[in-house]
Design a protein around this ligand. Sequence first.
Ligand SMILES: [Zn+2]
Ligand SMILES: [Zn+2]
Length: 353
Amino acid sequence: MYKTNAYAAQSETSPLAATTIPRREPTDRDVQIDILFCGICHSDLHSVRNEWKSIVPTVYPIVPGHEIVGRVAKVGSAVTRHKVGDLVGVGCLVDSDHTCPNCKDHLENLCPNQVLTFGSPDRHKTAPVTYGGYSGSVVVDEHFVLRVPTNLDLPGVAPLLCAGITTYSPLRRWGVTKGKRVGVMGLGGLGHMGVKFAHAFGAHTTVFTTSAGKAEDARRLGADEVIVSKDAGAMQQAAGTFDFLLDTIAADHDINAFLNLLKHDGTLCLVGAPQKPISVAAFTLLMGRRNLCGSNIGGIAETQEMLDFCGANNITADVEVIPMQQVNEAYDRIVKSDVKYRFAIDMASLKVQ
Ligand SMILES: [Zn+2]
Ligand SMILES: [Zn+2]
C-alpha cells in the first residue's frame, strides 16, 4: 500500500477537505495512474451531501470523482493494453464480474456486480469503499482504463468519461444520424455534450431550454434550432416532428409536453434523474406508439469508441478549470447552474496542500 493526497468529506454536512488515502500496490492486472484532471459531476455532489440516501446511502469518508484523466505511472506484469507514460482515462466503473450476460455483451455498465469508482465496497480491502478521482493517484484494473487521444485538450476530456458517454451511448443506441430530427432537453453538463454529439452525428439538432438567454450558446455548441419550452405555441408547432429526444433535465418537468413532440415510434430517453417520480399520461404514449426509456453511461468498449470519436472530431467538454482548494465553492455554483458547462479540477493543485 501507498498513500496519496486527496480531498474527502467526513459527513454529509462537512465540506471536502485535504487528507491522505491509501491505494493498493498494483497487482499483475493493474495500472497505476497519476491523476492530472478530474471533472466534477453532479452525482459527486449528491453523494457527498448524501442526497441519494434512500437509494445508495453514502459511506464516509467519501472521496468522489469519476471523470479521471491521467498518465500511467506503473503497470502490473500482465498488463498489455497500457504502458508507462500513456495518457489514460477512468470513468464511473473500476470493476465488474466479467462473467454475467451483460459483461459478455460488453455492457459492464449494466453488470449487477459492478464496482463504482467511488463509494462501492472495495474488493481489494485497501479501504472500506473505493475512493475516486479527487486524489493524486489511483490504481485500476486495466480493463477499465481507457486510452485518451493525445490531440485533445485534457481538462475538457475529463467530463467525457461520465457526461460524454452518458449522452453518446443513447444517441448511438437509438440511431441518431444524418436525416434525423433530434431534441436535447436542458443545456447543462449533460445537455451541452448531447448537442455536440447529435450535431457531430449529422442530425438536425434542437435544444429545448427554459431560458431564452441560452439560445446563442446553444447555437455555438452546434444546435440548428432553439425552442423555449415555456412557449406553448412553439411547443405545439413542433408536435409530432421529432425522431429522438434526449432528456437531460434533473429538475421536475412535464414530460408529456415533450412526448407529444415525437413522431410515431419516436423515442424519449431519460439520462437526467429528477428526484420525484415522473407522471406520464398513457394516451401520449399510446396515440403515437411512442417509446419512453432510460440509459446510464455505457460499456467500456463503447466508452473507448466515444473517446476515439472525440479524438477524430476534436470534441471535448466546455470546462472551467479550478484548483482543488475551490471545490466547495464549485459545488455551490453547480447547485445554481453557474458553470459553463462543467468544472475540471487541476490535480497539480493537490501537491501544494
Ligand atoms: Zn457522473
Ligand atoms: Zn457482469
